[in-house]
Design a protein around this ligand. Sequence first.
Ligand code: ATP
Ligand code: MG
Length: 495
Amino acid sequence: MIVEMKNIIKSFGSNKVLKDVSLKLKGGEICALIGENGAGKSTLMNILGGVCKMDSGAIYLDGKKVDFDTPAQSLNAGIAFIHQELNLINDLPVYENMFLGRELKNKRGRLDLERMIYETEEVFKQMNVDLDPKIMVRDLDASYKQIVEICRAMMMNASIIIMDEPTTSLTEPEIKRVFSMMRMLKERGVGIIFISHKLNEVMEICERYIVLRDGCLVAEGNVSEVTTDDLARFMVGYDVRTERLSRDKNLGNEVLRLEKLTHETAYRDISLSVRAGEILGVTGLLGDGRSELFQSVFGAESILSGKIFLEREEIRINSTTQALDKGIGYLPRNRKENGIIKDMNILENASIVTWPLFAKRGVIDWIRHRKIFKKQVKELRIKMGKSTDSIDSLSGGNQQKVVLAKWLSANPKLLILDNPTQGVDVGAKEDIYDIILNLAKENIAVVVLSSEAQEVVRICDRALVMYHGVIQGEVSKETMNEHDIMRLATGGKLD
Ligand SMILES: Nc1ncnc2c1ncn2[C@@H]1O[C@H](COP(=O)(O)OP(=O)(O)OP(=O)(O)O)[C@@H](O)[C@H]1O
Ligand SMILES: [Mg+2]
């Protein structure tokens, strides 16, 4: 199948989001759609997927003009859409989610559970996915939710699959698995549009690229003819630096120390310390336990044994308010699920954790909030309309930045950032790195949890690599490299 989108124009109110964009995709081709946060990628795909209406323009499938008023119409025409926001229902088991909206019925008109389970198992087998179809979606890790979404698209026998940032919450081996699924589909003649901010992924899996900037198509071509630096430049319009970041290190006193911290299942025997002004990286693969470990420090996960010291004083934290009170900030990962409050506007979302700090006699000082937020919008280059607009009106990456902003404004002694650059574009990533470096300069102890070895190497003074719940090894700024980190992360040792 050949898809053509011609002269697409779309505005939200006075915000012109797509200004005359045209693109073409052939079956059996994987095409990257890249661009800065807010460039219009998801909106363009929402139009193709029948999620939102264009103001003008046309879509052709194999030369025939089509009109999609609903996602179902687009799906029926053979276009499957894996959204940036996951679309699974938590209170249903995996197999029912796989058949959402097209449930299989038996002769008596009842749900045919057995057949749905069987067919789900078949797809999982084909895709090499080790997952019980009867598990409730609620109990799945975000990366497995993503995998379920991908398998669902596969099962629909789509001719075109749109993947909007499918790998943001996945780790290396899972990404490889998704890529091998994509290659398999490509062999079968499926066309794929792949949206990602990870340019090395684009280089690995795509043959063509299309770049949007501010709602305009600014570049397109063959991936084999460009480098990641070229792509980054097309996206932001200037050269993006990629070197290792260095700064004058001025380490202060110990801020956090863990002694033999042990969890029921996720991690054991963890001892570490972080000093003021230090950036400590913690990395590893999925299931390494790093997120649970720092959730424990923040009081969101219980511990079995061991001790936590903050500025040499033993502490036990039971709630996030308490943690904040003690000066610990924590940016959770999977902020779609854990960080954003849908019913609040942008400013409220950006400042909610600092309410207790800035409230006098229970009255929130909005003028001060607004001032701080305004500065952050500039520093983080958050692309938005008014700060009272709904958080939903922001692009995915800009929502991420708002959540980051709320933790930065809390002025903590210790800041734990879980996947701080998840879903943000290459330019904004550099901005966030600068901010992290500046925080350290201001004597904050920063812990960066990251699945990207490259990120750890670029910004951390030191990094611990975890493997199945234990610290497998430590690497330091002077000698660390991605190769050693991967080796430790997969259970190996350094000589
Ligand atoms: N429902 C909506 N209402 C109002 N504005 C919207 C809506 N959806 C998107 N926008 C605006 O359209 C612009 C493009 O957003 P879009 O989600 O397409 O960006 P994107 O390229 O996918 O970015 P990201 O990489 O951050 O996901 C943004 O300025 C966003 O604020
Ligand atoms: Mg998007």
